[in-house]
Design a protein around this ligand. Structure first.
Ligand code: HEM
Length: 411
């Protein structure tokens, strides 16, 4: 198997300002020299970063690891983890996780999601019609963000109740704060978000419908213990935020890769059957989630030759695992034709495997196909080193993607 050579000297680590622009040499170095790597945590203390495919797969299915951040044995508690907003699937272990996942999974069956495809296509076309041509325009704010945002708002039944830019700003302040944000500011941002969701759920209670949020509200009102008030609030947050925040990055990263991989945009335009494979390859090559949210050891475990004690934090780095040469041949090459396409960990693994994977795949395919087929030429309007990759180490995300578009001439 061919291997991607790790740099011989130590590249920038995850807290270095140069890291977000190109984290892959760092992951290559870590896989080879420090597969369970000690990193500082913003809450104080340290955690362990796993970057090898085999370790990440094992960690995501390891019952000795928990999602419950109350088990973390050191440092200052994170304001989000302490708030009512965190009582959702991503912070829970069975049996609570099993109960809540059952409540919402019916809404996301692949068959049901296929019916959403028409709506995704209509929204994509509407957004494309509004994009200016011949002058630089930002595809993140004009296309990659509003498309999944509108889709998930319609599914939840909250379209018209949320002002997108203000809400997205709130989400970024909590889940992607700039490095060094003081704890008291974070506490304030979490409180803002909590107020936002309390008001949203109250507004929906006044105007129920045939949508996902109304069915969650019904489950809460049934008072049979199937959904507590905090869980209702927190599940609403998870559905809304998970429902768009990663898909923006799938679409944005996907367009960026197609524009920068010679011939790929042309091939995808000429052969529509290539797009589902291209979407899978984007999920591997430029994973929208860089590492999954915190796991905590319930007892002492061993990873990458390191003893990790009970109460210590583990970060399973999906982006590192997806470029592991022990799993993928020539991993630093974008190749939609690879034989093991789809074997990436972009949607996670195990009991927390992404509930919205079918929807995200549809949105990715439609978004890329509609864009490529609407424009004769799409050219990135700034050089690579002028792009702003957000330094969150949770999401792999471009803040903007300026392009110049040329529409096909009318026939
Ligand atoms: C490209 C887009 C997406 C990516 C890359 C993605 C990725 C992921 C990953 C890696 C996880 C596992 C997290 C963990 O193990 O802690 C996850 C969980 C989840 N995702 Fe997605 N996701 C995407 C889109 C969506 C969409 C559209 C929804 C729709 C609501 C969604 C809803 C969820 C939910 C509810 C969970 C929690 C599942 C659980 O804990 O049981 N995601 N996602």
């Amino acid at each position: 198997m061919s291997s991607s050579p790790a740099p011989s000297s130590r590249p920038p680590m995850v807290d270095d300002p140069h890291f977000p622009a190109d984290p892959y040499p760092t992951y290559a170095w870590l896989r080879e020299h420090s597969p369970a790597h000690r990193i500082p945590l913003s809450r104080g203390g340290h955690g362990w970063l796993l970057t090898r495919y085999a370790d990440v797969v094992r960690a995501l299915s390891d019952e000795r690891l928990s999602k419950n951040s109350d088990l973390i044995g050191h440092g200052v508690p994170d304001p989000y983890a302490q708030s009512r907003l965190s009582a959702n699937l991503l912070s829970l272990d069975p049996p609570d996780h099993t109960r809540l996942r059952r409540l919402v999974s019916r809404a996301f069956t692949p068959r049901r999601m296929e019916r959403v495809r028409l709506r995704v296509t209509a929204i994509a076309r509407e957004l494309i019609a509004a994009l200016p041509t011949g002058t630089p325009t930002d595809l993140i704010s004009g296309y990659a963000l509003p498309l999944p945002f509108r889709v998930i708002c319609e599914l939840l039944g909250v379209d018209g109740l949320i002002e997108r830019e203000a809400f997205h700003g709130c989400v970024l302040r909590v889940f992607a704060p700039p490095a060094g944000t003081p704890a008291e500011h974070l506490t304030g941002h979490v409180a803002d978000l909590e107020r936002y969701f309390t008001d949203l759920v109250a507004a929906k209670r006044r105007r129920p419908g045939e949508d996902l949020l109304s069915s969650l509200i019904d489950a809460h009102s049934a008072q049979d213990g199937s959904l507590t008030e905090d869980e209702l609030l927190s599940m609403t947050l998870l559905m809304l935020v998970a429902g768009y925040a990663n898909t923006v990055n799938l679409i944005g990263n996907g367009i960026h890769i197609l524009l920068n991989s010679p011939g790929q945009a042309h091939k995808a335009r000429a052969d529509g059957t290539l797009l589902p494979k291209a979407v899978e390859e984007v999920l591997r090559y430029e994973s929208p989630i860089e590492r999954v949210p915190t796991l905590v050891a319930r007892e002492h475990v061993s990873y990458g030759g390191v003893r990790i004690d009970a109460g210590e934090v583990i970060y399973a780095c999906v982006a590192g695992a997806n470029r592991d040469p022990d799993r993928f041949t020539d991993p630093d090459r974008f190749d939609p034709h690879r034989p093991d396409i789809g074997h990436h960990l972009g949607f996670g693994q195990g009991i927390h495997y992404c509930l919205g994977a079918a929807l995200a795949r549809i949105e990715g395919e439609v978004a890329l196909s509609e864009l490529l087929n609407a424009f004769d030429d799409i050219v990135q309007a700034v050089p690579e080193d002028a792009l702003n990759w957000r330094s969150t180490f949770l999401f792999r995300s471009l803040a903007e993607l300026p392009v110049t578009l040329t529409r096909f001439p009318p026939r």
